[in-house]
Design a protein around this ligand. Structure first.
Ligand code: BES
Ligand code: ZN
Ligand code: ZN
Length: 492
């Protein structure tokens, strides 16, 4: 889909489908919709009167123009209640419009920039959100299906039309950011949706090496051993798939921020074997690594003015005769010892060494992203990611960036009282309490020990990385969650 900007009146725009909008509870459309309505002899107003157009968020109504304007058809998309309007509603409306355009096989589509007029949004941000909703909304994972998809239809051109030509520069900037972010989000979704026999640690390393404008270093087993990253490499002891610790650097000079993504390409649980029901879903356990990898691509393409290092500790967690066992004690890069109570709490093991590696680089801030705990799904479902940290400002910045990006983050506590649960008699810490209390926080507190004094935030995406059912502009399957939020935080 080629995305363009155009200055001029949408009424005169020649295309297959012209998209305008309306809010809920309005009797008369405003702005561009009003201008179009006039030419269509009040067709829109009449449909509002008859109750067909209700303006509910994402609701679409098609009108045939019959030569009254150059466009073949007009689509009125609902923006919902004006009192509830915000940036993320633009994404939902845009995705609904693109879905309808695909359904009627419209090749050339023109749209007004939802929310930039009456909605009161900044035009660059509205344009960016519109592009994100369109491209993220149009995503479909076909994987390895060999049969041709008959329903597949690629929209050729989407034009963002604005009356005031002084705004075009800002619109163009918004389009570019939206395109880069959407590409990264959809790439991350591809990685997470793909099966674990394709997306292995080695595959992720090869993918990292293809990112333009970054330098990549891959640490294999021998070097990881030499460095003392026992918490990390021990996770892969039961697997035939070689572990890869991937480091992606962007920017000139010393990195100030480290992004760390859990990269378990399959989590069988190890000797603490998971039940077989829905076990296939554990191919998504590298969603944190996918998000970091694609965030690195996006900030490189956006030429962000920050030095950032992405760290992807990747491994497969499998049971076999060589696998680590519950009760084992391992060392770690930070020198701390860990008693393994459950080999299924492997994410925090690989992240512990990822965080320690970041500390060796003397970064100022660490953000880790991980499908860490099933308990986070119990607490927040798929509506929000859990966030914890030792620096409230960093947590607040991420929550705010998430709000702008349409990705909810909900802070969970790191209470002192919880520390009692993971005390070990034979090592510095246990990798889990074994009590099933405050699961996401126990995971967070474990990581906090390794973050030491560095500002750090931990994002648990176990519930948000994958949707069982389509929601808004996100199809079922992988969501690419946290790419948008972290790029939003780092892009300026
Ligand atoms: N990868 C899982 C967490 C997970 C579960 C992610 C479901 C996505 C969907 C993680 O490694 C794990 O197994 N965590 C354990 C921790 C426990 C042993 C302390 C869990 O959640 O049960
Ligand atoms: Zn696990
Ligand atoms: Zn896991």
């Amino acid at each position: 889909m080629k995305i363009k900007s155009n200055a001029g009146s949408i009424v005169n725009f020649k295309c297959d489908l012209l998209v305008v909008n309306t809010f809920e509870e309005v009797k008369k459309p405003g702005g561009a919709a009003a201008a179009v309505d006039k030419k269509l002899n009040s067709a829109i107003v009449n449909l509002i009167k008859s109750g067909e157009i209700r303006g509910k968020l994402g609701e679409v109504n098609l009108i045939h123009c019959q030569g009254k304007i150059p466009a073949t058809q007009v689509l009125v998309v609902g923006l919902g209640k004006s009192s509830e309007f915000e940036l993320d509603k633009v994404r939902v409306a845009a995705a609904a419009a693109v879905a309808e355009a695909k359904r009627i096989k419209a090749k050339k589509v023109a749209t007004i920039i939802h929310g930039a007029g009456v909605g009161g949004l900044a035009v660059n941000e509205a344009a960016q959100a519109l592009v994100e909703g369109s491209l993220i909304g149009a995503y479909k994972y076909r994987g390895f299906v060999t049969e041709k998809d008959d329903s597949f239809f690629a929209l050729e051109e989407l034009s963002l039309v604005e009356l005031d030509k002084r705004k075009i520069k800002q619109i163009k900037a918004g389009i570019k950011i939206g395109e880069i972010i959407s590409e990264s989000v959809n790439n991350a979704r591809d990685l997470v949706n793909a099966p674990a026999n394709r997306v292995t640690p080695s595959y992720l390393a090869a993918r990292a090496k293809k990112i333009p404008g970054v330098s990549v270093k891959v640490i294999g087993l021998a070097e990881a051993r030499k460095l003392g990253m026992e918490a990390y490499y021990s996770v892969s002891k039961g697997s035939k798939e070689p572990a890869k610790f991937i480091i992606i650097k962007y920017g000139q000079g010393k990195p100030e921020i480290a992004l760390i993504g859990k990269g378990i390409t399959f989590d069988a649980g190890g000797i603490s074997l998971k039940p077989s029901r829905n076990l296939w879903e554990m191919k998504i356990d590298m969603a944190g690594a996918a998000a970091v990898l694609e965030t690195m691509r996006a900030i490189s393409k956006l030429k962000a003015r920050k030095n950032v290092v992405g760290i992807l500790p990747c491994a497969e967690n499998m049971p076999d005769g060589e696998a680590q066992k519950p009760g084992d004690v391992v060392g770690s890069l930070a020198g701390k010892t860990i008693e393994i109570i459950s080999t299924d709490a492997e994410g925090r093991m690989v992240l512990a060494d990822g965080i320690a590696y970041a500390n060796r680089l003397k970064v100022k801030k660490i953000i880790d992203v991980a499908t860490l705990t099933g308990a986070c799904i119990s607490a927040l479902g798929d509506a929000a990611s859990g966030i914890m940290g030792n620096n409230q400002e960093l947590v607040d910045q991420l929550v705010a960036a998430g709000k702008r990006s349409g990705e909810k983050l909900w802070q969970l506590p790191l209470f002192e009282e919880y520390k009692e649960y993971s005390k070990s008699k034979i090592a510095d810490i246990r990798n889990t309490s074994g009590q099933g209390k405050a699961g996401p926080s126990i995971g967070g507190l474990f990581l906090q020990l390794f973050a030491e004094d560095t500002s750090w935030a931990h994002i648990d995406i176990a519930g948000t990385a994958f949707l069982d059912k389509k929601r808004g502009y996100l199809s079922d399957g992988a969501t690419g969650v946290m790419v948008r939020t972290i790029v939003e935080l780092l892009k300026s």
